[in-house]
Design a protein. Structure first.
Length: 449
């Protein structure tokens, strides 16, 4: 049937918790009924999903994933990682441009859209990569199709460093689009590498990663970008904030809709600290690096006080074989999209965040920040991107339940105390009872520029 009633769930939406039912008609939410529903006769023309004892949340929107297609599909692809996404309650993703070829031409961008239409279980969009020489392509972009431009202001996977001052001035001043940045100061990183290799040689273990990709490297790059954005009037979004000092660049005194400078934190920077390197090794090697306990504490507080606007993953799969070696050689990044929601719910269970705050930062505010049409909230007329969570079902991450193509997770062996029961993408059941419905296809999301 085209209609579905999700009956008697605890709805967590827009700062409230209440028992209610939601009517889905084809791909949209038609109605929301507040209170315990008992009028079975009025449900005769719809499939009924009894959600008693479960929570109903809007689907998560992840603004930063690396699904590795094209060119790196030995470790991930749009199809495989979108399956992991819906298993984790993520119904919309925005993929990054450092693939092979890089998404720095309109042709490469269109290829990704076509590929996602054919293979993605989740809704999708794609950032366009800025380089030192593709300003003409940037001017050709349709701002309703892409969430923004991605600039690497420090080198990371894919060699897309933008380091020409003239180019940065033009992109910030002329593009008219949101600019999302990877902010690490390349000169500081190089100085740190030279310093530590001179002292200890080339074979540096993982404990040196946060010393090399230091808090100073992050802050210097972020501060320069903020200055540039303010001077030229650009909308700037700082990805994967990892330090307490960078939070001084953000403002929580105005509504998100009015902010020109916004910030994202990723779940791994909220969960791990540099004290965890001894246990997890290169499995928790990311760029930017995991920082100190004090940094993590500040980041958590910034989520709660709205200095940080959204929570995402920077899902970046590599094979474990690629994660071997010294901190200078092991690949940076790891799979996170399947576990981001349960990680945040786990922290909420521990009292670090409120459950309403998790929904706000993973669904509402990504939709608001990127001006996404009809998603991110449980509202009549919005797309039925929804997640049913079982708050009483514990489960342990293990090889057999990991869906990312790379086949591992930094959370292996951890027992979470909430589970994703069912994920709806545009009203269709994309995931239920541990199984992905591979017949479902997500939609291209649209932006109100």
């Amino acid at each position: 049937m085209s209609k579905k009633w999700i009956k008697n769930a605890l709805i967590i939406n827009e700062g409230r918790k209440y028992i209610g039912s939601v009517l889905i008609n084809q791909d949209k939410i038609e109605a929301i009924y507040e209170g315990q529903w008992s009028k079975e006769a009025e449900m005769e023309n719809a499939d009924v999903i009894d959600a008693t004892g479960k929570w109903l949340l809007p689907g998560c929107i992840d603004d930063q994933v690396h699904f590795r297609e094209p060119g790196l599909t030995h470790k991930a692809d749009i199809g495989s990682e979108s399956r992991a996404a819906v298993a984790g309650g993520v119904t919309t993703f925005m993929d990054m441009p450092n693939t092979k070829p890089q998404t720095t031409t309109i042709e490469a961008l269109n290829w990704k859209f076509d590929r996602a239409a054919a293979t993605s279980v989740a809704n999708y969009s794609f950032f366009f990569g800025g380089t030192n020489d593709n300003l003409e392509e940037i001017h050709r972009l349709d701002p309703q199709r892409v969430p923004g431009l991605k600039l690497f202001l420090g080198s990371s996977t894919g060699n897309m460093l933008v380091d020409k001052k003239e180019t940065l001035e033009k992109i910030f001043g002329e593009s008219g689009m949101l600019i999302a940045i990877h902010a690490e100061k390349e000169e500081i990183i190089k100085q740190n590498i030279a310093h530590y290799t001179q002292l200890y040689g080339e074979d540096l273990d993982i404990s040196f990663h946060s010393k090399i990709r230091s808090a100073e490297a992050c802050y210097a790059s972020s501060a320069e970008a903020v200055d540039l954005a303010k001077r030229l009037g650009a909308r700037l979004h700082i990805l994967h904030l990892s330090t307490a000092k960078e939070l001084t660049l953000l403002d929580n005194s105005i509504p998100l809709e009015e902010k020109r400078i916004t910030g994202e934190v990723c779940v791994h920077h909220l969960w791990f600290t540099d004290e965890d390197y001894g246990k997890f090794g290169n499995r928790i090697k990311w760029n930017p690096s995991i920082k100190t306990l004090a940094d993590r504490t500040a980041l958590r507080e910034a989520v709660n006080n709205n200095l940080i606007d959204i929570v995402a993953t920077d899902h970046a799969p590599h094979l474990l074989a690629e994660k071997q070696g010294s901190c200078l050689k092991a690949a940076s990044g790891g799979p996170l999209v399947q576990h981001s929601l349960v990680v945040m719910l786990e922290m909420a269970k521990k009292g670090i965040f409120g459950y309403e705050k998790v929904v706000e930062k993973m669904a509402h505010e990504p939709a608001t920040l990127f001006r996404i049409e009809g998603r991110g909230y449980i509202r009549p007329g919005y797309y039925a991107d929804l997640v049913l969570v079982d708050p009483e079902k514990s489960w342990t991450v293990a090889l057999e339940n990991i869906l990312s193509k790379c086949g591992w997770s930094p959370f292996e062996g951890y027992t979470f105390h909430h589970s994703v029961d069912t994920t709806f993408v545009n009203g269709e059941i994309a995931y239920q009872n541990g199984k992905v419905n591979d017949e479902v296809r997500g939609k291209e999301v649209r932006f109100n520029g």
